[in-house]
Design a protein around this ligand. Structure first.
Ligand SMILES: CC(C)(COP(=O)(O)OP(=O)(O)OC[C@H]1O[C@@H](n2cnc3c(N)ncnc32)[C@H](O)[C@@H]1OP(=O)(O)O)[C@@H](O)C(=O)NCCC(=O)NCCS
Length: 145
């Protein structure tokens, strides 16, 4: 297994995972390309036998790293891959005295459980935020409260 920074040479693989997992809520290919080409984003992937199996894309700001998209290919889920990627982001954030933030649908229990297990805390809620009226949970790691 290898964990590597990824750029837009992996655009098609990332888009395929994103479409598989987020369906019609996936980022478009041009949005992904913009992220992968920009120095303002941190993008990591997990490779198993040279296959991209999981990715994370995060916006790196002055005091916070905002996880925008994270997904694992179906057949590789529940093997700790997203955990590895989030731990990479957390380490970068702690080393640079930044927080990590993200937004998750309250009904997305797989993701919510993952973030809770990794010590993210809900700091606010946006009711009826999504098209399906689900609530957005805003979660932070490393926030001094
Ligand atoms: C959420 C997601 C990225 C997790 O990826 P993953 O590589 O399977 O995650 P990991 O194996 O590292 O994480 C395991 C932890 O996540 C949670 N989790 C993941 N899948 C779960 C499931 N099917 N049921 C319950 N909890 C689950 C648990 O806390 C689990 O820890 P445990 O095994 O100790 O119980 C993956 O399910 C996915 O791609 N989902 C679709 C895209 C998505 O929703 N992204 C997040 C948007 S905010």
């Amino acid at each position: 297994m290898q964990i590597k920074r990824i750029d837009d040479s992996f655009l098609n693989e990332i888009f395929a995972i994103s479409k598989e997992q987020f369906k019609n809520e996936s980022y478009s290919i041009s949005q992904l390309k913009d992220c992968l080409n920009s120095k303002n984003y941190i993008c990591f992937g997990v490779f198993i036998d040279m296959v991209l199996t999981s990715y994370v894309i995060a916006l790196n700001t002055l005091n916070d790293v905002n996880i925008l998209s994270i997904a694992t290919k179906k057949e590789y889920q529940n093997q700790g891959l997203a955990t590895i990627l989030i731990e990479k982001i957390k380490k970068y954030a702690v080393d640079n005295k930044k927080t990590v933030s993200l937004e998750v649908k309250s009904k997305n229990l797989n993701a919510f459980n993952l973030y809770t297990k990794l010590k993210f805390k809900v700091i606010s809620k946006r009711l009826n935020y999504y098209k399906d009226n689900d609530t957005a949970l805003i979660m932070f790691y490393n926030l001094q409260q």
